[in-house]
Design a protein around this ligand. Structure first.
Ligand SMILES: *Cc1c(COP(=O)(O)O)cnc(C)c1O
Length: 397
């Protein structure tokens, strides 16, 4: 031992990704330029330059989704986009009906919006996925009613990487005049998304999940009648009054560059993830009583989620250090609850609690995967070896 703490191995890219150097450079250039600070709403030449930079970034972000630039509304991230889409659309369309539909496996930034709408008097149907994690379209059709006005189902799940068939889901909604919102925070910049083809009305994304800065995101609002959400805040003409307030110019510039880089590198990144994830699974998959949460063919290749029988999740997280991964209990660590996403897929409480999410990024290397394999094998075997002793202690108590 040298006394220095071991370097972290960062395999938590589904939580946030390192900012790409080209993104940082563009943001710094904006902040250091003589008029980079100018208010984009000011009509003088400095303000106009700032506004032009925003419009350029809007084209870059729209390009990532094959959307039109005027369909992009800048927000502070996917949490705000989800709130704006769900609260805003439900309230805007309340006269059409007060029935809303979503899934139990959505991110908290979606589920808590629906819980708030329930308190406002809306009625919400909460759909469970199949054991596979996928939504059964027949089950969706069966709950839709004449007064259903909004559906929200995510693209890629943040815990499991499960990819929903948003084309089929959107088509069911469109045929019935139901607005479809999709939380694409985990897929934008990573999977191909063509909004000229996909029947999606509202889509949330965030820059920091694809090597852009934190604190900036967007809501795609389709240029179709009836898709505009009511604003959540008031105070000016910015972002077509859907999201007023002075835009964060340097953040938006960084978002634009990250979007362009993601579009250019997406296919190579995905191929690389496929190889790395296979290396990881090959390295640990032979451990007994190990469960893969999300089948290979239904999951985004940048995420591998595994549960280990007979292992306590919190002890496992400690045993895995210095690996930076997410635990099946991490999102709810204050409450000590196991993953509601995995339980909704039919996993037992114990297996949900022992889940670990490994997530990959553009810079992930073979060596990091190998260290993760070594550490994970050691921690699982070590904890299982301790478990019989602990059970004996519990029996005596
Ligand atoms: C990260 C994430 C969010 C929240 O995004 P922020 O930009 O951190 O607000 C919402 N939904 C999903 C699926 C996410 O992965």
């Amino acid at each position: 031992m040298t006394g220095t703490s071991p370097l972290p191995v960062y395999l938590d890219h589904a939580a946030t990704t390192p900012v790409d150097a080209a993104v940082t450079a563009a943001m710094v250039e904006c902040l250091e330029s003589p008029f980079g600070f100018a208010n984009p709403s000011s009509s003088h030449i400095a303000g106009r330059q700032s506004a032009a930079a925003i419009e350029h970034a809007r084209v870059q972000v729209a390009g990532l989704l094959n959307a039109e630039p005027h369909e992009i509304v800048f927000t502070s991230g996917a949490t705000e986009s989800n709130n704006l889409a769900i609260l805003g659309a439900a309230r805007q369309r309340a006269s059409r009906g007060r029935h809303l539909v979503t899934m139990t496996t959505e991110h908290k930034a979606v589920t808590e919006c629906f819980e708030a709408l329930e308190r406002e008097g809306f009625e919400v149907t909460w759909l469970n996925p199949e054991m596979s994690g996928l939504l059964d379209p027949d089950r969706l059709e069966a709950v839709l009613r004449d007064d259903t006005q909004l559906l929200s189902v995510m693209h890629v799940n943040n815990e499991t990487g499960i990819v929903q068939d948003i084309g089929s889901i959107g088509a069911i909604c469109r045929a019935r005049g139901i607005l479809y919102h999709c939380d694409a925070a985990q897929s934008a910049g990573k999977l191909e998304i063509d909004l000229k083809v996909l029947p999606v009305d509202l889509m949330s994304l965030t820059a920091h999940k694809f090597h852009g800065p934190q604190g900036i995101g967007a809501l795609y609002v389709a240029d179709r009648p009836g898709s505009h959400p009511a604003p959540l805040i008031y105070g000016g003409p910015q972002e077509r009054r859907i999201r007023p307030g002075t835009q964060a110019v340097h953040q938006i510039i960084g978002f634009g560059v990250a979007a362009e880089l993601a579009a250019a590198r997406r296919e190579a990144d995905t191929e690389k993830f496929r190889v790395l994830r296979e290396r990881l699974w090959q390295g640990i998959g032979d451990l007994p009583d190990l469960w893969r949460n999300g089948a290979e063919e239904h999951t985004f290749p940048g995420i591998l989620n595994v549960s280990a029988g007979g292992v306590d999740g919190e002890s496992l997280m400690l045993g895995l250090e210095p690996l930076c991964v997410a635990s099946g209990a991490a999102c709810n660590s204050q409450s000590g609850e196991s993953s509601y996403v995995l339980r909704a897929m039919g996993r037992s409480d114990a297996l949900a609690q022992s889940a670990i999410r490994f997530s990959l990024g553009r810079g992930t290397r073979n060596g990091e995967i190998d260290r993760a394999i070594e550490r994970y094998r050691w921690a699982v075997q070590h904890l299982r070896a301790l478990a019989p002793a602990r059970a004996a202690t519990a029996n005596r108590a």
